[in-house]
Design a protein around this ligand. Structure first.
Ligand SMILES: Nc1ccn([C@@H]2O[C@H](COP(=O)(O)OP(=O)(O)OP(=O)(O)O)[C@@H](O)[C@H]2O)c(=O)n1
Ligand SMILES: Nc1nc2c(ncn2[C@@H]2O[C@H](COP(=O)(O)OP(=O)(O)O)[C@@H](O)[C@H]2O)c(=O)[nH]1
Length: 226
């Protein structure tokens, strides 16, 4: 059987993980697993881990590692037949170690976006809270201003997307992501992309993946969930 492709996308809040993951899933037929979406689904379904995660998510805090791994690892183990791209997990070294115990990653995409760009993007980010769908007033506006394209429900601006909150969030991200980035660098699977525009980063990511995916995978491509 041909080898399946396993990728992770990392980057600070607003770096474009969700936006680029959608493009990768669409273009390369990988399953896009958004850990944030998965947490939201578990909260909606009232699963044991979902109930535990809810209190943290409401406060916009990171869910503890043991809860996140309990949620995510069984989900990944169900996906042994598919190639996937993981977005939002691992966030910590403990999560990366847990992931490492169940699979070998092929590629880690690391988005390195200037602070001023992140501030500007998040200032204009509007979110559909129950699904996590995001819009940007300029880059990808909703069809009707202030409303989610799919449900028609109102969009909100997250408190912690405000520029004042972002600096602290970013510092926190950097602290916990550094050991994860160092780990993937040491494994020689880290690919860092730096720019202010997703549309300029995307061709480089696409080129990288075109060189990797056909080699590790032939008939095992799967349909995207998005
Ligand atoms: N590995 C993860 C992934 C998600 N979450 C929880 O799920 C929430 C939503 O995750 P996500 O949709 O990835 O959104 P943000 O954390 O707001 O990330 P970003 O601003 O980068 O889009 C987070 O706030 C956090 O409470 C977590 O604790 N640990
Ligand atoms: N102006 C602009 N906005 C972007 C670009 N790429 C993504 N966005 C928007 O920036 C915000 C953050 O992107 P998102 O994919 O949610 O990043 P994540 O937090 O890393 O998942 C969203 O509102 C996107 O629509 C870009 O190149 N330019």
């Amino acid at each position: 059987m041909s080898k399946l492709f396993r990728a992770v996308i990392m980057g600070p809040p607003g770096s474009g993980k969700g936006t680029i993951s959608e493009r990768i899933a669409h273009s390369f037929g990988l399953k896009h697993i958004s850990s944030g979406d998965f947490v939201r689904e578990n909260i909606a379904a009232n699963t044991e881990a979902g109930v535990l995660a809810k209190a943290y998510m409401k406060k916009r805090l990171l869910v503890p590692d043991h809860v996140m791994t309990r949620l995510l690892l069984p989900r990944l183990e169900e996906m042994t037949k598919y190639s996937w791209l993981l977005d939002g997990f691992p966030r910590t070294l403990a999560q990366a170690d847990a992931l490492n115990s169940i699979c070998d990653l092929d590629v880690v995409i690391n988005l390195n976006i200037p602070l001023e760009t992140l501030k500007e993007r998040l200032r204009h980010r509007w979110t559909h809270p129950s699904s996590g769908r995001v819009y940007n007033m300029y880059f990808n506006p909703p069809r009707i201003q202030g409303l989610d394209d799919i449900t028609g429900e109102p969009l909100i601006q997250q408190e912690d997307d405000r520029p004042e909150a972002l600096v602290a969030r970013l510092r926190h991200y950097k602290d916990i992501a550094k050991p994860v980035i160092d780990l993937y660098k040491a494994k020689s699977i880290l690919y860092t992309f730096s720019d202010t525009e997703t549309d300029r980063i995307w061709p480089n990511i696409s080129t990288l993946l075109s060189t990797k995916i056909p080699i590790v995978q032939s008939d095992a491509r799967c349909a995207s969930t998005h």
